[in-house]
Design a protein around this ligand. Sequence first.
Ligand code: DON
Length: 579
Amino acid sequence: MKPLLVMRGAARRGRRPAQAGIALALSFALLWPVSARDARPAHPPGVAIASAHALATEAGLEILREGGNAFDAAIAVSAALSVVEPVSSGLGGGGFFLLHDAKSGRDVFVDAREVAPRSATPARYLDAAGELDRDKAENGATSAGIPGLPAALAHIARKYGRLPLAKSLAPAIRIARDGFPVYPRLVDEYAERKPVMERYAATRAVYLADGDPPELGETLKQPDLARTLERIAAQGFDGFYRGPVARDLLAAVKADGVEWTAEELANYTVKEREPIRFRYRDWNLVTAPPPSSGGIALAEILKILEGWDLESLEPAQRIHYEVEAMRRAYRDRTLYLGDPDSVRIPVRLLTSDDYAAGLRASILPDKATPSDMLPGTLPPRESVNTTHFSIMDADGNLAAVTQTVNLAYGSGMVVGGAGFLLNDEMDDFALKPGTPNAFGVSGYDANAVAPGRRPLSSMSPTFMFGPDRIAVLGTKGGSRIITSTMIGILGFDAGLDSPEVVALPRYHHQYLPDAITEEPGALPDGVVQGLQAMGYRVENYTSPLVLMHAVDWDRRTNAMHAGADPRNPVGEGRVVVSP
Ligand code: DON
C-alpha cells in the first residue's frame, strides 16, 4: 500500500481503491442542480451500506427496498454477517449498535455485550501453578459469555424498526439454509483454529459436513442456524433465550463442563446507554461509551491533539504527538475502564478539556515518553476477529454496528442443534491481573471477571456530524480499533471520503508494549528514522487485520459514499450507494 498520511491536499494524492458504488455515488452529485447546491438538502439522496461481505450488504439493501429503515437494515446485515462471516461474529456473540434517529435527532447506544455467567470466577481461569490458563480463556465453554446479539436484534426491531423481525431476518435465514460460497478468510482462519474447532462434534457437523474442512468455492449450508434464526424471527427474544435453543445452549456448555442456568439466559438484557459525545474541531462526535473503552480513549486522544495544528506539522512530529496521545489514553484504559454497571469510571474527568490539556503539557516536543515513566502499571489485551458495518438511509437515520465472537470462530464450539458458534469474549476480561492476553494488553480491578459483568471492549462504532458532512465509521482489529478509528476521524476531518478513509495506512501505540506498530510501509520515508531519533521503537504488524467500513454524505454536493476496507479480500460489492 502506498504511504499516505492524512493531510489536507497531500492525502488526496493517494490512490483510491476500486470500489463498487463509486460511479453511482458520483452520478448523484452530477444530477444535483447547481442552483440547489447551496440549499443544503435535508435528507441524503439515497442509501449507503458498507459491510465485510457482499451478501450482508445486499441483505440490508433488500430490507431498505422493502420499506425498512436503517435499523431494520442493521438487523438484516447483522444477521447475514452472523451467517456468512461466522469467523468474526454471530448469534453466539455480542456487539454494539450505535443508532441515530433522524426525526428526533436522538442517538442511542445499544450495548449487547456478552455477560460473564454466574459460575465465572477468576480462579476458573488459573492453572495449578496459578498462571492464566489460555485454553480456558480462549476455547470452549469456559471462554464464553452469555450471548447478547440475538437480544439486540429483537430489541431494535421492536423499538426502532419499521418492519417485523421476521421480515428483516428473512435474507439471513435464506442464506443459512441455501448456503454461500466459502471464501479465503474462512479457510485460512479455520486452519488456525482447527484443533479447537474439531474438538466439538457439533462444530464438526457444520464445518466438516462433507468430511473435509471448508474449501474455497464450496457451499457452506447451516440448516440448524437457519432454524434458530426462524425461532428468533417468530418469537423474538424468547426464540433464543427460552425454549429449545436455550435448552440446546445449556446442554452444550454443560457437556463442556460449565454450568449456566436457564434463569441467567432468560434474564439477559441489552442496555441502552448514553453515547460518549465530544467536539473535535468542527465535528460533533458520537461514539461508544463503556463497556467500550473506545469513546473515552478517542475523546482523550483527539482533545489532546486539538492543541496542535496537525496539518502544518512535519510528518514525524505529527506522528510523535499522535502516538503520545494514544499512549496516555491507553494507559487510562488499562487502569480505569471496565463495566460501568460494576465499577466507577471517571468519564467526565477523562473526557474533559482540562484533563486533555494536562496530558498535552506532559508531552515533550522532541522526545518519546517511555511508558514506564507514566504513573500506572501494565495495560489490557484483546483478540482477533469481529466485524463492523455502517448504514445511512434516505431519511438520514444512521447505524454503526460492531459485533464479535472475539477470536476467530469464537470459542470454536458450535451449540449442537442450534447451529451457532459460542463466543470467547471472557478473554476480554483481565482474567489474571496484569497478565497480557492475546493482544499483549492486560488490565486490573476495573476489568476483573465477576458474575454478571461485561468485559471491557475496544469496539468503537462512531458518528461524525460536521457542518457539511455526516460520516458513519468503525472497524474490527482488537486494541487497534481505537487508533484506527482515530485515523479515520482525522481522514474525514482532512476532507477525505469513505473509500479514501478506509484505505488510509495505519499505525498504533497502546502504551504497552512500548512500541509504535505500523502496517508495513505505512509511515512515509524518513518518518520512521525521525521517530527513532526521538526514542521510539517502530515495528511492523500484519495482524490482526483491521477492516474499516464507512459511509458518508456530503451535503454540499449531495453525494453519498461507501467505503469497504481494501485489505479485505472477500471480493466486490461490499458497498452500495443506491437511490
Ligand atoms: O470487544 C473487543 O474489543 C474485542 N473482542 C474485539 C476483537 C477484535 O476486534 C479482533 N479483530 N480483529
